[in-house]
Structures are given as structure tokens and as C-alpha cells.
Design a protein around this ligand. Structure first.
Ligand code: MN3
Length: 196
């Protein structure tokens, strides 16, 4: 059985940038329901009992949608921390600077792709399957692990992620995301990436 992970911070810890009300609905209702549906759809299938990554990579249709949303949200919660961490350090900062020119230029590219995604989805910083850093927007429940990429950071750009706090302003929400993003998580994952 898959289960809803606890948030790694209190419901009000990201407020006012991300309110307790948003987290109560986003984690306690939306994410919870993806977990419940994943478990229901897995019942009696060969993927029952497999780790979530394996389910996501093998599933199609509704099972993929719900399992990928569970995987994506579980990772998204880890990418946030009260007060944020202003910048990556060490090798990740160096490689972002080499690839984009500067951290600000990276954020500009990431923000543009996150804002430009039509409808619901996610925007990721990943290590591509062939190596190298990439910004990858994925529509709906899409997740880059399907293509073999390794996620370092993600922002949820479904409207349910920001409508309570920012109404229709995805831009305002993404600006806030940078004030909550946990680069320590991205940095640690970068160090631990499979090819490193
Ligand atoms: Mn969401």
C-alpha cells in the first residue's frame, strides 16, 4: 500500500508565501486522493506492492495519472522549506552557471517554461537521461522519470497549487516558489545522481 507522506514542515510553516489553507487542501485533499486512487487501481495487478517509481514507469491511463501525481507531489513537498535556501552551492551552482550563464538566467528560463505550460502540469530541473542539466515542463501528471531523467527540483503549476494564495497569477506563485525552494535537496540529489 502506498501512503500519503507527512509534510516535512508544519502546515503554517510556509505562510504567507504558501498558506496553511493551500497546504491543507493541496496535501490533505488533492495528494491524498491520488494516493487513495493509486491503491484502488493497483489492487490485484502485477504492479501491486512495487515501489512507486516502478509503478509510474510501467503504468498507463488512470493508474499512471494517479501514481505519477503521487510521486510528483511527494517530491514537490521535499523541494520546499520554510524561508527557502537562496542558491545552490558547489558543483550544482557551477554546472548551472556553465549551462545557463548564471543562476538568474536559469531562473528566467525555468520561470518562462513554468509560466508557458498551457493548462496543468509541472516544471522540473533534471539531469537528462544522457547527462546534463535541463529544464523540462511536463503537462498534466507527466514526470521525467519515465524518460530516464533524474529530477533535482520541481514546481507544481496545477492551478490547485496557487489559486487560494495567488488566484490566477502563476507568475506571483513562481516568484514565491523561489523564496521557498530548497536548493540543499537539489544539491544533495545532484551529488547522488546515478551517473555521478
Ligand atoms: Mn498539485
Amino acid at each position: 500500500m502506498h501512503s500519503l507522506p507527512d509534510l516535512p514542515y508544519a502546515l503554517d510553516a510556509l505562510s504567507p508565501l504558501m498558506s496553511a489553507e493551500t497546504l491543507r487542501y493541496h496535501h490533505g485533499k488533492h495528494h491524498k486522493s491520488y494516493v487513495k486512487k493509486t491503491n484502488e487501481l493497483l489492487q490485484g495487478t502485477p504492479l501491486e506492492g512495487k515501489p512507486i517509481e516502478e509503478v509510474v514507469k510501467a503504468a498507463k491511463g488512470s493508474l499512471f495519472d494517479n501514481a505519477a501525481q503521487h510521486y510528483n507531489h511527494s517530491f514537490f513537498w521535499q523541494c520546499l522549506t520554510p524561508g527557502g535556501t537562496a542558491a545552490p552551492k558547489a558543483s550544482l551552482l557551477q554546472d548551472i552557471t556553465t549551462r545557463w550563464g548564471s543562476l538568474d538566467l536559469f531562473k528566467e528560463d525555468f520561470g518562462k517554461k513554468a509560466k508557458g505550460l498551457f493548462g496543468s502540469g509541472w516544471c522540473w530541473l533534471t539531469v537528462a537521461a544522457g547527462g546534463g542539466l535541463e529544464v523540462v515542463p511536463t503537462p498534466d501528471a507527466g514526470t521525467p522519470i519515465v524518460g530516464g531523467a533524474y529530477p533535482l527540483l520541481v514546481v507544481d503549476v496545477w492551478e490547485h497549487a496557487y489559486y487560494i494564495d495567488y488566484r490566477n497569477s502563476r507568475k506571483g506563485y513562481i516568484d514565491a516558489f523561489w523564496k521557498l525552494a530548497d536548493w540543499d535537496v537539489a544539491e544533495r540529489r545532484y551529488r547522488e545522481r546515478p551517473s555521478a
